[in-house]
Design a protein around this ligand. Structure first.
Ligand SMILES: Cc1cc2nc3c(=O)[nH]c(=O)nc-3n(C[C@H](O)[C@H](O)[C@H](O)COP(=O)(O)OP(=O)(O)OC[C@H]3O[C@@H](n4cnc5c(N)ncnc54)[C@H](O)[C@@H]3O)c2cc1C
Length: 420
């Protein structure tokens, strides 16, 4: 007989790592509470166009996971939720979860009538602010749960009532308040993942000043069919097809003034994105500026294949500065060729900064008792008996490594509630 109060598991973070931990634990018979800050599950992977190395769309894998959640019946999902407080010991943790108002309840059928009548717009967070959406919106078209939400500015405005009146299902609650839920669980898996390093801090590389300098996560959205340009990779300044694209590796990474560590996936991510450009623009020229390429294990063959492409130049050099030609809004990259020792000026239409993965635990201070390493990652897999860290809040990882880490954490969490 399972005592659900002390044998259940709290998973914090609904990205690939947390989803995996939650599903594996539930399918092994545990009751699971899954707490996710965003209005949807899937984490950063949900915002990608394709996965390396196979280049399949992430929704293949995510859909299977969402089906497993629905079928398990043991996973209690809280979206727009964060842990305010967690404390206890192996077998007996108390957690307080704060849930922000979505202003739309479970009666929503995702018919979209609220968005149809809504006139106010906000920056689209799913597309990193590259386009606008209605303030009554579905976070993205594959969102799980598939439920609309209102931006707080709309819920509090006069237009809120018009939007509410358009919903024939009574799903809109303009007076929805934040809620608090108290949980008692036997073990905790912390899987809060990463955020893109703030490229505005790289003051010589022009992000924010020049529209055609973008980041690698923005490139994922530009290439995605549900992105701001419906999947067409276009220059932000004028909507033109780029003919020369530069990928700037280690933008802020392995740099003691920014992220001193290697995020381990950025080289692969840029090589993958080079294939997005090559597929859309067969004549486009691509430069990949690198310190050294990191493509571990079997990923080496992806690198070897791309090197055979005559339109892709791997350039061992550090990009010191990016400037803009005011007339054309083209970019001029000042690059030091570290092999020849020469300085080069290279003109491109679009530059993609390969910024690294900063752990969310470096900016968000729960759990207070977990020791962080010098970079803000949680320092150990077992933080304390019954409390485990997994995925990119512990170390930078690829998706398959995150899945392995989430599975390992689920096993450890189950062991900790069983062996007492
Ligand atoms: C540009 C780029 C491209 C990439 N492409 C690939 C690829 O093609 N193939 C590949 O294998 N890997 C790729 N990766 C790596 C991949 O993104 C990570 O492996 C993956 O996101 C790790 O999943 P995660 O669950 O650990 O973290 P995340 O995806 O960050 O998920 C963490 C979740 O926790 C939530 N969260 C955060 N804080 C809290 C909180 N306080 N409370 C509740 N919830 C919280 C977040 O909202 C998020 O949903 C890429 C990385 C980059 C930078």
């Amino acid at each position: 007989m399972v005592d659900v109060e002390t044998q259940s598991i709290l998973v914090v973070g609904g990205g690939m790592t947390g989803l995996t931990a939650a599903i594996e634990a539930a399918e092994a018979g545990r009751e699971v509470y899954l707490v996710e800050k965003n209005p949807y599950l899937g984490g950063r992977v949900a915002q990608m166009h394709q996965y390396f190395p196979k280049l399949c769309p992430p929704y293949c894998g995510l859909e299977i996971n969402f089906r497993r959640i629905k079928n398990s019946g043991r996973i209690h999902v809280f979206t727009m939720a964060q842990v305010e407080y967690v404390s206890g010991r192996k077998g007996a943790w108390d957690a307080r979860i704060k849930i922000e108002p979505r202003y739309v309840n479970e009666k929503c059928t995702a018919c979209g009538k609220c968005a149809e009548v809504c006139t106010s717009e906000i920056d689209n967070p799913f597309n990193y602010g590259m386009d606008k959406i209605k303030a009554a919106y579905l976070p993205h078209d594959m969102a799980f749960p598939l439920r609309y939400m209102l931006d707080p500015s709309l819920a509090k405005s006069a237009e809120g009532q018009t939007v509410k009146d358009a919903c024939q299902y009574g799903a809109i609650e303009l007076d929805m308040q934040p809620k608090t839920v108290e949980l008692k669980v036997g073990a905790v898996v912390w899987a809060t993942g990463w955020l893109p390093y703030n490229a505005k801090r790289l003051d010589t590389l022009g992000f924010g000043a020049y529209p055609n300098v973008i980041t690698n996560v923005m490139m994922e959205r530009l290439a995605a069919a549900n992105g701001p340009t419906k999947g067409k990779i276009l220059r932000p300044s004028d909507g033109k097809a780029p003919q020369t694209v530069a990928f700037v590796q280690c933008a802020g990474s392995r740099d003691e003034n920014h992220l001193p560590f290697c995020s381990s996936v950025c080289c692969m991510a840029s090589m993958k994105q080079a294939t997005y450009v090559r597929e859309q623009y067969p004549d486009a020229r691509i430069y990949i500026f690198f310190i050294d390429i990191r493509a571990m294990d079997r990923l080496e063959s992806f690198y070897a294949d791309l090197k055979k492409d005559a339109n892709v130049t791997f350039f061992k050099g550090k990009v010191a500065k990016i400037e803009q030609d005011a007339a054309t809004e083209n970019l001029v990259l000042r690059v030091e060729d570290t092999t020849a020792g020469s300085l080069n000026m290279i003109n491109v239409d679009l530059a993609v900064l390969a910024t690294g993965m900063q752990p969310n635990t470096s900016v968000y201070h729960q759990p207070t008792f977990a020791e962080r390493d010098d970079y803000g990652f949680i320092a150990a897999q077992e933080v304390t008996p019954g409390f485990f860290a997994a995925g990119c809040c512990r170390t930078p990882n690829s998706v398959s490594e995150s899945v392995q880490d989430g599975t390992a954490a689920a096993l450890k969490a189950i062991q900790s509630v069983v062996r007492r």
